[in-house]
Design a protein around this ligand. Sequence first.
Ligand SMILES: *Cc1c(COP(=O)(O)O)cnc(C)c1O
Length: 226
Amino acid sequence: MGSDAQAIIGDRLKAVRERMETACARSHRRIEDVLLLAVTKVFPASIVQDAYQLGLREFGENYVQEWEIKAPQTGPLPAAKIHLIGHLQSNKSAKACSLFDMIQTVDSVKLARRLNECNKPLDVMIELKLSTEISKYGASPDDLAEIVETVRGLSNLRLTGLMTVPEWSENPEAPRLTFQRLRELAESFGLPGLSMGMSHDLETAIEEGSTCIRIGTALFGSRKPQ
Ligand SMILES: *Cc1c(COP(=O)(O)O)cnc(C)c1O
């Protein structure tokens, strides 16, 4: 059993785990405290199944509509958790509630209230925009206190932490200060979860306290059209 694609992903998974081990050892952390979130956006349902068969249980998708199509193709994935890591418009919140177990991209009081109306217990993170790029989503740190307070008052939402996507840079050291800032903000609100770090900067993120690295390319290869 197992396809060629699965064997390749298996090798890459080993390499990612080794990178995680090294970064954890260097920063005196336990690898069990860092979730490896497999980012399967753009890849077909078969890739999600391959990753599941290799033991991965948490998956990140960026688009509500894409996962709505892929979920039935993927079939049941017992004990799996699907995270939304892309921007969510509040008019898609009901659909997102039914499709996802965790929404990492809450960035407004309005969106939080809409998600709460779905009457389904939901884990959420607040996405912060800490870079100056105009194109990036996420709440301003100035609005964080209000959003935290709102989410904590909403009975269906369980706030687990903060998430950020730093400004793109090839240099894996470049986002270090951004990651430190996210950790300081999370600590100041007593939030344990930190979703930060992607394929090229996971070591920096783990050293700065990440509890969830979001890994696409390093597991599944390039998303660019072949
Ligand atoms: C695509 C994406 C990732 C994965 O990025 P890679 O560099 O492929 O590991 C992580 N987080 C978010 C928010 C993404 O959109």
